[in-house]
Design a protein around this ligand. Structure first.
Ligand code: SF4
Length: 360
C-alpha cells in the first residue's frame, strides 16, 4: 500500500511536472497526459485511457483527482443559467453558476470563500460570517464542474459568488493564472472580473501583480456616512481611500473598473445620492452599473420601484454620469459578490451583461 500522506487533496491547478512528482509517475509524460485530461474535465483516472491500465488502477486506489463534488444543480428555463451546489472535502458547501447571455457567451460565476467576513448588510452571504477561504484548487474545480454541464467552452469568469475575492487574493490570483494558462483554459485576463466591496490592500496588491483583470467595485453609495452604516468595510477603508486605490490601480495598468451601484429602495436613490455619486466618479475613467437590489426576505431592504429608478437615472443624466442600467427579468448576480447564499432549489434566474469591449 502506498503512502498517501503527501498526496494533495486535488490535482487541479498543478502543472505537469508537479503532477509527475506528487503522483510518483514512472514516466514524466504521464504527468502531461493527466494534466490534459484534467483540463478536459475528465476526473476519473479510469477514463484516462492513454495511461497504462496498471497506472490507472494504482492512481484510482490512491486518490480522486478532485476534492469536491456536485450535490445539486438547477437550471432556469428562462435564462438558461445553471446554479450548482458544490460539496467541499470537509463537507462545507459553496455555490457557483453558469450564465449564458443573450449573445450565447458562457460565463462561470465562482465563489472564493465559504461565507464572508465583510458583513455588507444587503447581502445574504454577509449574514453567514466567514467559515473559511477556498483554495485555488477548490475555485478551479467549480469551473470544472460547470464545464461538465456546459454545451460550449466557458469563456468568461466572474468572481462574484460567495465571499470577498480580495480577502483571499493568493488563491484567487493562483486560480486566475491557471485559467489564463495557454495549455489549460487560455482565458483572456480581460474576460475575467473580480468583484470587490472595496478591500483597499487587495486592490493595491492586484495592481502590483500586474494582473490586468477587470475590477467591479461594489460602491452602493458615495456618501461615507451611509456607506459606514451599510458596508462595514467602509469603516476601515472609506470612499476616498478606495478612490485613491482605484486610481492607482488604473494608473499601474490595471485597466478599467466598473462601479457597481446596487440600488436600495429609499436608501441611495435620491438627489443627494446622485450628486454624491456624480462628484465621486467625476475624475475617474469608469462606468457606473445600476443594479436594482435582489429582494431577500431576511434582509431589511427593499427593491427600488420603477419610478425610483427612472428618477435616479434622470438625475444622473443631468449630472452627466456615465452609467448603464440593468433591466433584470429576475434575480441577478452581477451587482455584487455574495448573492449566491440562497437555497439551491429556488430556481433563480440570472442575467449577465458582458461588456462589448472585452471581445478584443
Ligand atoms: S457583498 Fe460580497 S463582500 Fe459584501 S458581504 Fe456579500 S459576499 Fe461579502
Amino acid at each position: 500500500m502506498e503512502n498517501k500522506k503527501n498526496i494533495p487533496l486535488s490535482l487541479y491547478g498543478l502543472d505537469a511536472p508537479t503532477l509527475t512528482e506528487v503522483l510518483s509517475l514512472p514516466k514524466s509524460f504521464y504527468g502531461k497526459q493527466i494534466y490534459q485530461w484534467l483540463v478536459k474535465g475528465v476526473s476519473s483516472f479510469e477514463e484516462m485511457t492513454n495511461l497504462p491500465k496498471s497506472e490507472r488502477e494504482r492512481l484510482s486506489s490512491l486518490m480522486s483527482s478532485a476534492s469536491s463534488s456536485t450535490i445539486e444543480s438547477s437550471e432556469s428555463d428562462e435564462s438558461g443559467a445553471t446554479k450548482m451546489g458544490i460539496r467541499l472535502h470537509d463537507g462545507k458547501i459553496v455555490e457557483c453558476v453558469l450564465l449564458i447571455d443573450k449573445k450565447g457567451r458562457h460565463t462561470a460565476c465562482l465563489s472564493s470563500q465559504v461565507g464572508c467576513a465583510m458583513g455588507c448588510t444587503f447581502c445574504r452571504t454577509g449574514t453567514m460570517g466567514l467559515l473559511r477561504n477556498l483554495s485555488a484548487e477548490e475555485i478551479i474545480e467549480q469551473y470544472v464542474h460547470l464545464l461538465g454541464v456546459s454545451d460550449q467552452p466557458i469563456t468568461h469568469i466572474v468572481y462574484m459568488g460567495m465571499g470577498e475575492p480580495l480577502a483571499n487574493i493568493a488563491a484567487v490570483t493562483r486560480s486566475i493564472r491557471y485559467f489564463h494558462e495557454k495549455d489549460a483554459y487560455n482565458i483572456s485576463l480581460r474576460r475575467i472580473t473580480i468583484s470587490t466591496c472595496g478591500v483597499v490592500p487587495g486592490i493595491l496588491k492586484l495592481a502590483e501583480q500586474k494582473l490586468p483583470v477587470k475590477l467591479a467595485v461594489s460602491l452602493v453609495t458615495a456618501d461615507n456616512r451611509t456607506r459606514d452604516r451599510i458596508m462595514p468595510v467602509n469603516q476601515k477603508w472609506d470612499i476616498m481611500a478606495l478612490k485613491r486605490a482605484l486610481i492607482h490601480y488604473q494608473r499601474l495598468g490595471g485597466k478599467r473598473f466598473t462601479i457597481e451601484y446596487c440600488m436600495l429602495g429609499g436608501v441611495n436613490t435620491d438627489e443627494f445620492s446622485a450628486k454624491k455619486l456624480s462628484t465621486y466618479v467625476k475624475d475617474m475613467d469608469v462606468i457606473v452599473n445600476l443594479i436594482p437590489w435582489n429582494p431577500a426576505e431576511e434582509l431589511p431592504f427593499q427593491s427600488p420601484t420603477e419610478e425610483e429608478i427612472d428618477h435616479f437615472t434622470l438625475l444622473l443624466d443631468r449630472l452627466h454620469v456615465n452609467y448603464t442600467r440593468r433591466r433584470s427579468r429576475g434575480q441577478e448576480i452581477n451587482g455584487a459578490c455574495g448573492q449566491l447564499a440562497v437555497p439551491l432549489n429556488k430556481g433563480l434566474e440570472y442575467e449577465l451583461m458582458v461588456d462589448e469591449e472585452d471581445e478584443e
